[in-house]
Ligand binder design. Structure first.
Ligand SMILES: *[C@@H]1O[C@H](CO)[C@@H](O)[C@H](O)[C@H]1NC(C)=O
Ligand SMILES: *[C@@H]1O[C@H](CO)[C@@H](O)[C@H](O)[C@H]1NC(C)=O
Ligand SMILES: *[C@@H]1O[C@H](CO)[C@@H](O)[C@H](O)[C@H]1NC(C)=O
Ligand SMILES: *[C@@H]1O[C@H](CO)[C@@H](O)[C@H](O)[C@H]1NC(C)=O
Ligand SMILES: *[C@@H]1O[C@H](CO)[C@@H](O)[C@H](O)[C@H]1NC(C)=O
Ligand SMILES: *[C@@H]1O[C@H](CO)[C@@H](O)[C@H](O)[C@H]1NC(C)=O
Ligand SMILES: *[C@@H]1O[C@H](CO)[C@@H](O)[C@H](O)[C@H]1NC(C)=O
Ligand SMILES: *[C@@H]1O[C@H](CO)[C@@H](O)[C@H](O)[C@H]1NC(C)=O
Ligand SMILES: *[C@@H]1O[C@H](CO)[C@@H](O)[C@H](O)[C@H]1NC(C)=O
Length: 894
């Protein structure tokens, strides 16, 4: 018994020993071979993984059964000692906590946690102090992490640190004092860009003799740039752009930085700093970034330009305002990337541009349309991007295209020349640009046909040729296209039977003279999001597509479409905007319209729809614009209107619809033609997303009967309610005063009886009221805005023989003879052409300008970047003039 136990023990011991020995041998072997890992470090790594949350499985290889942790993803061990020395798990989106087990990796030299979502061991986003104990650390990258708050002073203990990147975090320095925290001795790379650091820039800050890379851009630092920066003699990269409030008048210290390759001083006022003379003494410079530096000019005559390595030159946002050719940099053939946006340079481009053979990208947007470009660019074989929006005075497009790079491997990817007075035809040879992805020529004077050669641009994804004078038929388009804007031209003839571009998401053909049926291959455009065929001469039924599930925006107004409410819309559950106005659609409105729950804007006016308003319409809880005006709708108004909560104030603020994903270089260029909405007895025109805030119901000119349901008064976000020219009867709801947002109320030409509720006086925003030609009786409420409105429009109570009171100067106690109003429906006045003129005459000028301004400011705020107000005004002007002309032409033509 004892013996066998002893034997067993011996056996076990032997086994254990031999396993251990083998393991040790294995380890040694592995070490010798340069890869293995120490068990306690493996455990530490596993504990690290355990504490985190590896949602995306980046650390899938971190498994106990994969013994050699040196081969795990992101782990590197030392060849000599086998210790883990590098941990690189940047961009893994790891979540959870950093495990204190990290401290076991005491030989760690390199730690990259960039763009992870880790928190400290304590579960907070405070800087994890345990990192300060990794005393061998040389490289620490925490950029884009969630860490915030104050850095601990112990960070200075990391005396071996050479590389520190805290960019794009919410970290800031200890006690807002000078940066004692920095481990100075060995630091070569310091990136604090986009952090919350807010010191005054002090000389001590730059007492870092080995520093090669310094990025303080987009921080809240302030003060005067100290000349001690010039002591950082090893500096190669200096980025000081867009700091809070930095001043300097003397940057001569830059001349001491003999290795400097990259300098960014954007948004620092350098108006008196002679920056180009200084820069010219640093021949090592590769990038000079001086955006919005208040530079007065760039026409220094540098006797000898030293900057032969310069690749990147950004001078955008400086009002240089002199002739283009006098700039000092045109002879620098090393330049690859040139930004001159909003510099207001003018005159001809110099021929030297044609010799800048390294040029890959030139941004000359927004320079005020006074430059000319006749330079031969044939030899710029590397040119990928050329941006000239709103900068050229006049260009012959044909000549211009002929002079674009014509190299065997053509790299041109993006050409943008919007708002430029480009005239002439787009030549067929545009098909040579087989790399071209985006072609923007919006708002020019391009004539002729769209060249058939375009189909050979096999990389083309976006084409914007809107607002030109293109004529002829639309040819087959390149297969690669996803976004097309050909709106506001004079294109005619039918659409090609095959679009040839199955991946289209945006198709805007509005305001042309396109005729015929929409060909059924349009149904193949399964990715279509935005479809605008408005203001053309399309006819017949829209093809019965089975589904186009991604449609958000459908604008078919002002055509001759006929047939029922288009059945293909039934499955468009994303549909937000639907405008079928001014067509010949007929039939009943489908009940399934209630399933299109994302609908916000619905215009069906001026068609021949008949039958009831489907009760299911009240399922459209986002609905804010609904017009059925001038149809043959009968029946009564549903009483469950209170369900339309999109028309209540509770629903504010409304988001801007997101269908304008047209990724042009100019955000003002939207593939959206004007939307017209009748409000306040005038036609208001909106462009882009300006109509986001409209809340309106228009059921005028129909055959509605019954009462005006009380429920309608719960729609207190409604700005405009028009029920005129119907057969509505009974009373105006007493609580009409609850519709606090109402600016326009038109109940004229019905059979409404009873008194005018005094609560009408509560509608303080009311600026248009029409109650004429009803059977209203009793005393007219007076006071506040009602008196003003009456003064402006004395006819607003006309044709109500039993009304009395001050405004109509009929004594309420007395018996006055009933007045005979003219109840004839004069629908002719609302026929499309006349309708236009009425709108134009009364509302166009005032309404349009107001709406435009609001819209433009809004967008300008969102995207403002060197966009000045006068440019916007230019645009409004151009747009108004062009539109005005176009509408006039159309109206007279038809
Ligand atoms: C990990 O993340 C997933 C998804 O974010 C979450 O459902 C889960 O609860 C998380 N687990 C832990 C341990 O935090
Ligand atoms: C380790 O050795 C391998 C092969 O000899 C070599 O490729 C690698 O660069 C070395 N790694 C380190 C960190 O020295
Ligand atoms: C983040 O880490 C990734 C992966 O290690 C690396 O490629 C990238 O350059 C790092 N980014 C920054 C901003 O440090
Ligand atoms: C950092 O160094 C200081 C002395 O310079 C020492 O008192 C402190 O304990 C160190 N902190 C850490 C976390 O090692
Ligand atoms: C060009 O650089 C050299 C060397 O830094 C300098 O001596 C010379 O003055 C510079 N030339 C000009 C025009 O600044
Ligand atoms: C630039 O080149 C043009 C012609 O090639 C020459 O006339 C001019 O002097 C050059 N300018 C400089 C500053 O080198
Ligand atoms: C543009 O140039 C071409 C060829 O040089 C010429 O035929 C055409 O008339 C010009 N067009 C305009 C509008 O000037
Ligand atoms: C498109 O390119 C092909 C092949 O290079 C050529 O044969 C054809 O004529 C081009 N088409 C047009 C319309 O230019
Ligand atoms: C219309 O609404 C009614 C009741 O609200 C509902 O039963 C019916 O399913 C809806 N029909 C459609 C097609 O949405």
């Amino acid at each position: 018994m004892h013996r066998s136990v002893a034997k067993l023990a011996l056996l076990l011991a032997t086994v254990i020993f031999s396993v251990a020995a083998a393991h040790a041998r294995q380890l040694q072997l592995a070490h010798a071979a340069g890869a293995s890992c120490l068990p306690h470090e493996r455990d530490a790594l596993l504990a690290f993984k355990q504490a985190g949350n590896d949602t995306y499985d980046f650390l899938a290889s971190w498994q106990r059964r994969h013994k050699d942790c040196c081969r795990w993803r992101g782990v590197t061990c030392s060849n000599e000692t086998g210790h883990v020395i590098e941990l690189d798990i940047g961009v893994t989106f790891l979540e959870g906590k950093i495990s204190p087990s990290l401290l076991s990796l005491e030989h760690l030299e390199y730690l990259n946690l960039n763009n992870t979502n880790l928190l400290g061991p304590d579960g907070t986003s405070l800087f994890p102090e345990i990192l300060c104990s990794l005393s061998n650390l040389r490289h620490l990258d925490l950029s884009g992490t969630r860490f915030s708050g104050r850095l601990p002073a112990q960070l200075a203990n990391l005396s071996n640190l050479e590389y520190l990147d805290l960019s794009e975090t919410s970290l800031h320095g200890p006690n807002g004092r000078a940066p004692e925290f920095l481990p100075r001795k060995n630091l070569r790379h310091l990136d604090l860009s986009g952090t919350q650091f807010s010191w005054r820039v002090s000389p001590q800050l730059f007492n870092l003799s080995k520093l090669e890379y310094l990025d303080l851009s987009h921080t809240s630092m302030s003060g005067i740039l100290p000349p001690q920066l010039g002591n950082l003699s090893n500096l190669r990269h200096l980025s000081l752009g867009f700091m809070q409030d930095i001043h300097t008048s003397d940057i001569s210290w830059l001349t001491h930085l003999h290795f400097l390759e990259y300098v960014d001083m954007s948004n620092i006022n350098l108006s008196r700093a002679d920056v180009f003379l200084v820069a010219n003494t640093i021949p090592s410079l590769k990038a000079l970034i001086l955006i919005s530096c208040a530079l007065p000019n760039a026409d220094q005559s540098l006797t000898q330009v030293n900057l032969t390595k310069l690749e990147q030159l950004y001078l955008s946002g400086n009002y240089l305002g002199h002739r283009i050719e006098t700039c000092w940099f045109w002879n620098l053939t090393s330049i690859k990337d040139l930004e001159l946006e909003s510099t207001y340079l003018y005159g001809p481009f110099p021929d030297a541009l044609g010799g800048m053979i390294s040029l890959q990208r030139m941004n000359f947007n927004y320079n005020g349309n006074s430059a000319t470009m006749t330079v031969d660019l044939k030899n710029l074989c590397d040119l990928e991007t050329l941006l000239l929006d709103r900068s050229l005075a006049f260009v012959n497009l044909t000549d211009f295209v002929m002079k674009l790079p014509q190299c065997s491997s053509n790299k041109l990817k993006m050409l943008s020349s919007n708002h430029n007075n480009m005239a002439g035809v787009l030549p067929d040879m545009v098909g040579h640009f087989t790399s071209l992805k985006s072609l923007y020529l919006y708002n020019n004077s391009i004539t002729g046909a769209i060249p058939t050669g375009l189909v050979n641009c096999t990389s083309l994804r976006t084409v914007a040729l809107g607002l030109n004078q293109l004529s002829g038929q639309i040819p087959t388009l390149p297969r690669s296209l996803t976004q097309v804007d050909l709106s506001m031209n004079s294109l005619s003839g039918p659409l090609p039977s095959d679009f040839g571009a199955p991946d289209l998401t945006v198709l805007s053909l509005s305001s042309n003279y396109i005729t015929g049926h929409v060909p059924s291959p349009i149904c193949k455009l399964q990715n279509l999001v935005f479809l605008d065929l408005s203001q053309n001469r399309f006819e017949g039924e829209f093809p019965r597509c089975s589904s186009m599930p991604n449609l958000i925006f459908v604008h078919l107004s002002n055509n001759n479409f006929s047939g029922n409410f288009p059945p293909f819309l039934q499955n468009c559950s994303q549909l937000t905007f639907l405008d079928l106005a001014m067509n010949g659609f007929d039939g009943a409105l489908p009940v399934w319209i209630g399933d299109l729950v994302n609908l916000r804007f619905v215009q069906l006016n001026h068609n021949m729809f008949y039958g009831d308003i489907p009760a299911n319409i009240t399922s459209l809880v986002l609905l804010q614009l609904f017009s059925l005006a001038s149809n043959n709708i009968s029946g009564s108004i549903a009483s469950s209107l209170s369900k339309l909560i999109g028309m209540t104030l509770k629903h504010l603020p409304r988001s801007e619809p997101q269908w304008f994903e047209f990724t042009g270089s100019t955000d003002e260029m939207l593939p959206v033609d004007i939307l017209s909405v009748v409000m306040k007895q005038q036609e208001l025109k909106f462009r882009g997303a300006a109509f986001t805030d409209i809340v309106s119901i228009d059921l005028s000119l129909n055959y509605l009967t019954g009462e005006l349901p009380d429920d309608i008064t719960s729609l207190n976000g409604l700005l405009s309610l028009n029920l005129s020219w119907n057969h509505l009867s009974q009373k105006i709801p007493a609580k009409i005063g609850d519709m606090k947002s109402l600016e326009s109320l038109d109940l004229s030409r019905n059979n409404i009886s009873g008194e005018i509720p005094t609560s009408l006086l509560d509608l303080t925003y009311l600026s248009s009221l029409d109650l004429s030609y009803n059977n209203l009786a009793g005393r007219i409420p007076t006071g506040r805005q009602l008196d003003t409105l009456y003064a402006e429009d004395p006819s607003m109570y006309d044709g109500n023989s039993h009304l009395c009171g001050l405004p109509v100067q009929r004594n309420c106690s007395g018996n006055s003879p009933p007045e005979h109003g003219n109840h004839q429906r004069s629908e002719n006045a609302y026929e499309p052409v006349m309708f236009f003129y009425i709108g134009l005459a009364s509302g166009f000028v005032v309404g349009l300008w107001l709406v435009f301004c609001a819209f433009l400011f809004k967008r300008a705020w969102r995207h403002a970047y060197f966009r000045l107000f006068d440019k916007l005004c230019d645009k409004v002007y151009v747009f108004v003039v062009v539109t005005w002309g176009r509408i006039n032409t159309k109206a007279t033509a038809s």
